[in-house]
Write a protein that binds this ligand. Sequence first.
Ligand code: AMP
Length: 609
Amino acid sequence: MSDTGPVIGIDLGTTNSCVAAVEGGSPKVIPNKGGYKTTPSIVAITESGKRLVGQMAKRQAITNAKNTVFGAKRLIGRTWGSPQVIHCMETSPYTIQEGPHNDVRIKLGDKVYSLPEIASMILTEQRLVAEEYFGQEVHRAVITVPAYFNDGQRQATKDAGRIAGLDVLRIINEPTAAALAYGYGREINATVVVYDLGGGTFDISCMEIGDDVFDVISTAGDTFLGGEDFDARIIEWLAFKFAEKHQVDLRDNEMALQRLKDAAEKAKCDLSSSMKTEINLPFIWTSDDGEALHLQVEFGREELEGLVVDLVERTIRICEVTLGEAGIEPSAIDDVILVGGMTRMPMVQRAVKEYFGKSPSKAVHPDEAVAVGAAIQGAALTKDTNDILLLDVTPLDLGIAVHGGGFNVLIERNTTIPASESHVFTTARDNQTSIKVVVLQGESDRADENELLGEFTLTGLRPAPAGAIDVEITFDISADGITNVSAKDMETGVERRIVVTASSQLTEDEIGDMMAEHQDYLAEARHDDVFEEKKVELGRTLRDVERMIPEVQVAMGNSTLGANALERARVAMKNASDALDSGSKDDLETAGDALRRTLAVFKGIVERS
Ligand code: AMP
């Protein structure tokens, strides 16, 4: 893989994604083709099997609800049957089903996709946006994840990057990235909190910034608390109002559900700047006797706040925990940085202001800061910029299951990463030749309430009396927050690296197949982009030539020279029109060359006249 060329930072969001890069020492958000700095994290497969990502996918979501995926980040790295997966199954118009590794898959058209594959499509879209901007291929990226993502969710995100053919230089936490954007290039010595409420997740990180060192003290969050939950409350309310009047549940129809979802989100956003809004969904249902039913309701800010007050309060409880763990009073925080689209909601801003006793900072853009921070970290890792030091922490306790169902913590949450911890295990029985280790991550004292990262059995130990054989197991958490384990037989010194692979993850073979399939798509997408560009350029030249014809006619009068020039121009224009209608890339190039020559001749004639 290439180790030169631009490095991009990608904020892979639940609702929207954003890409940035550092150019000449300045970070810059790269707009997509439509000129927007964020792209919807939506993927769809059309009836003809074409893949759509971003705005194009969003535009057809209502008419193709079953084959349009949004909010996939809420499912990435989760195991089948978890409460979050069940919730998504109940509320999503697309089909969520069980995968071969007790994982989650999504059916689109006649194909079933893993979550890393869906995420890879969104990453690829961002990569193509950057490639178009730079005019060259992009191979390296820093990708952000919620600080509270566990090992499985981080691994799955890294796999998504690999499937997209990217060299993922680092996975960094979203609030930390936002803090990098906040502190970059500024002389700051401050203790700050990043409050990040996005479309699907909530994170809070408390950190100290000074002398280009970004030191996270503590972090906490909820990977299932975000704008989607606010929208769900509004959807529920609207469906209830409609059911009260017409005795039907709108959520039973995929298209109606998708329309409700769009209307709910729009109303929520409107109420950030207005006190009242109207939700109007004509022809949303047809009754049994063929009558068209419409939904029309007034919705006020106070009503919205009543529906979601507990969600906002939940974020504040999490702030209390984080600050408590850091041993810091809210009043000791110098600045509160708001990130994520949901922080535009006045009620959220009020709650934050009330808890911290100060107005939050407006120093960073809530939608762009995370990608900007990722780009800064990417540049720092490739030494394109001044050195910055990022000291992040692990959000969850890491440990092993012990007899009786307990959880023995080896690396505590909020430990600075990378981190390493060793533990010596001793045989418990005579002639015991193997030891089983169950690695867990989570917050509960009980093993079965934590996330299983993986389990392995160390075999080949020398038969000996109980307690005679020691095995040292070392747990490492990388700077990406991903866990690795190695084991050493203390008697023989033989060491083994053990891959802790959660059962829900993709196998290397599967990733390989997905990467190959993806390469074909990427080549086609790049080709499509070049093709489109050439078409646009040819169309522009054709219009320029057409516009100059009257001037050339005036300049040349009835001369033979003029007639010849115009005849040649007509042939070139006809070839260009044909190429635009149905030509290959080569036809477009040939027609473009001829048309540019015609334009130069026309300009010469007009200048000389
Ligand atoms: P993010 O994941 O940071 O892109 O945040 C997306 C979430 O922010 C979505 O749930 C949006 O509906 C929400 N959002 C965006 N703009 C606003 C707004 N003006 N008021 C309330 N929520 C918003």
